[in-house]
Design a protein around this ligand. Structure first.
Ligand code: GLN
Length: 234
């Protein structure tokens, strides 16, 4: 499992969000506290964020461990954004290790990260995936169906591959949409905005854990958590 996070709210620097907290994504890249699969997240990392005056999100990704990226550490205090997604990667066995396999993935409008794995054989064919990694194929599926359908995509893929782990975290710059399906996710509400993270980046008691098989939608107006596994008529 990889680790990911997102922020929606008052602009914060990438250093504040990714590098500085005591159990930041940087620390989680070698010492995650709640990771159930894999021990280190050293197979790449990435961050995507919106900046004023530009419709497309900016991205910085790498196939190397986050802790080796001195250039990012140098510029991160100077980069601010009110909508950010970042991830560190522990590659699933058999998946390529390359920059284009590191989250967040994008179609130019949405950023998406995935904690987990899925059997690529059960996925419908997708166009324009950034990599052959399972997460990039899932991302293309969500990009094609739209953010509103992300919960449906997770339910459908979960039915096709009952062993799949499908914690997705996506944003279109205006809202965050996340799923829990086999791994952890926590929420931190602050007066300045809302954070979602695979695991808390500090010991603030305000972090709350999201139940498994949930859909989380964060807007400037609030957070909605709804169950994903309600039984539906077939
Ligand atoms: N399956 C994805 C990959 O190989 C995600 C892995 C993970 O969550 N550790 O990159």
């Amino acid at each position: 499992m990889c680790r990911h996070l997102a922020w929606l709210g008052r602009p914060r620097t990438l250093a504040e969000l990714v590098l500085e907290p005591p159990s930041s994504l940087l620390v989680q890249s070698w010492a995650p506290r709640r990771q159930r699969h894999g021990t280190v997240n050293a197979d790449g990392w990435g961050v995507g964020f919106w900046t004023p005056g530009r419709a497309e999100p900016a991205r910085w990704r790498s196939a190397r461990p986050l802790w080796t990226d001195a250039s990012f550490a140098s510029v991160a205090p100077s980069l601010s954004s009110g909508c950010v997604v970042a991830a560190v990667r522990s590659a699933t066995v058999g998946m390529p290790i390359e920059e284009s396999a590191a989250a967040p993935f994008t179609d130019g409008r949405v950023l998406l990260s995935h904690n987990g794995r899925v059997d690529r054989a059960v996925l419908p064919p997708v166009r324009d995936a950034e990599s052959t990694v399972d997460s990039a194929l899932l991302a293309s599926l969500v990009f094609a169906r739209g953010l509103d359908a992300m919960g449906d995509v997770v339910r459908e893929v979960g039915r096709l591959d009952p062993g799949a782990r499908l914690n997705l975290l996506a944003t279109d710059g205006a809202r965050l949409v996340a799923t829990t399906w086999g791994d952890t996710l926590s929420i931190l509400g602050t007066p300045d905005g809302t954070a979602l993270a695979s695991e808390p980046w500090d010991d603030d008691p305000a972090w709350t854990d999201v139940p498994d098989r949930s859909l989380v939608v964060v807007t400037p107006d609030g957070v909605a958590v709804t169950p994903l596994d309600r039984s539906e008529p077939e």
